[in-house]
Structure formats: C-alpha cells, structure tokens
Design a protein around this ligand. Structure first.
Ligand SMILES: CC(C)(COP(=O)(O)OP(=O)(O)OC[C@H]1O[C@@H](n2cnc3c(N)ncnc32)[C@H](O)[C@@H]1OP(=O)(O)O)[C@@H](O)C(=O)NCCC(=O)NCCS
Length: 168
C-alpha cells in the first residue's frame, strides 16, 4: 500500500510501509521528537537504542505492519509520522503504537496513519487492536475515540488508559 494524503496546507504526504532503507529517516525523526512526544510514545523516559530503531525498519511481515508518512522531494525526504502494530499470535490481537513529529501534530496525520493501519490490520486478519496510553494524553484519546476505540482505565495504574478496537 502506497498512497498520497494531502494536508490542509497542500503538502503531500506519502503514506507507505516502512522499509530497511528508511533507517536514516527514522533515526532523524526519532532524534527530533520533543521529550514529551518521546515520553508519550514509550510511556517512559527511556530512549530507543540504535538496534531498536534498526529493528523498527526491518519488520517481520508475518506479524508486523508499520506505515510511515514521508514528505519532501527525493534526496530531501523527511519522515513525519509512523504507526505500527505487532500481532500477538496467541490471542489474535495486535498492540499498536503511533507517533507524529511535533510540527505535524494536530494536522490530521495521526488520524490518517491510524485508520490506514486499522485497514491494513483487518486485511491481515487481526481481530482486535489495543494500546495503552497516558490518561492525560488528550490528543491520543480524542484520536482513538474518533476511530471507534473504547477507552477504559488500566486496572493496575490510574495514570494509564487501555484502548481497544474490535476489527471483526
Ligand atoms: C497522539 C498523536 C499520534 C495524534 O496525532 P495527530 O496527528 O496530532 O492527530 P490528528 O491531527 O489526526 O488529530 C486527531 C484528533 O485529535 C485531536 N487532537 C490531536 N492532538 C490533540 C491535542 N494535543 N489536544 C487536543 N486535541 C488533539 C485533533 O484535534 C483531532 O480531533 P478532531 O477529530 O475533532 O479533528 C500525536 O499527538 C503524537 O504523536 N503524540 C506523541 C506520541 C503519542 O502520544 N503517541 C500515542 C501513544 S499511545
């Protein structure tokens, strides 16, 4: 799947599966995220290692889907977002994660990436998508609710919310 989404300001964003050749784009994207976006993505101050970033570009297509948003011309490309999910074969559910670069947040890209990820996961046979987010992450909660996810308090941690969407 490879498509162009046009933002409100007319910028074309290519939405496509991630590839191993995207490592340098991914490293730059990650390094430029604000501390808050990094924290909200991983639910901790932990930094992604080089090995993890490499792994993120070399997905296992049998159980992972990762879509990135890219802007710019060939030779000057910039990653502006990524949404991924990993299938848990044991219960046919998939854990998803999404992050949009700070200067692209609240411009509609998160909704595009997550709805495309949901479509791809459904085609892949995933029956349920899940994630855990922070209770004060208003943007993620609004986005998830808009796409039909339920949002329930995490049983063990008051600061967290469990998001879930049935795809069947
Ligand atoms: C959460 C995140 C992915 C949302 O992506 P985005 O591109 O900003 O989302 P969109 O622009 O598509 O917005 C979707 C909806 O949420 C709303 N929204 C997004 N960010 C918001 C914010 N910070 N405050 C209030 N509303 C917000 C939008 O207004 C929009 O509402 P609408 O449907 O009524 O128009 C993005 O903010 C992000 O990457 N955050 C850091 C990482 C993170 O939190 N990941 C999620 C971990 S589970």
């Amino acid at each position: 799947m490879h498509r162009i989404w046009t933002a409100a300001d007319g910028t074309s964003v290519v939405i496509r599966p991630i590839a191993p050749s995207d490592l340098s784009l991914t490293e730059k994207f990650d390094s430029e995220l604000s501390p808050q976006s990094k924290y909200r993505r991983l639910l901790s101050d932990r930094r992604l290692s080089s090995a993890e970033l490499r792994r993120f570009t070399r997905i296992d297509p049998r159980r992972e889907i990762a879509l990135i948003g890219v802007v710019g011309d060939p030779g000057d490309l910039k990653q502006v977002g990524v949404a991924r999910c990993v299938d848990d074969v044991a219960d046919e559910s998939a854990e998803f994660a999404i992050v949009v670069s700070d200067d692209w947040q609240q411009r509609g890209l998160g909704a595009v990436l997550l709805s495309d990820l949901i479509d791809a996961a459904r085609l892949h046979g995933v029956r349920r998508m899940e994630a855990i987010t922070m209770a004060d992450n208003g943007g993620m909660l609004k986005l998830a609710r808009r796409l039909g996810f339920s949002a329930q308090p995490h049983p063990g941690e008051a600061k967290l919310i469990e998001l879930a969407l049935s795809l069947v």
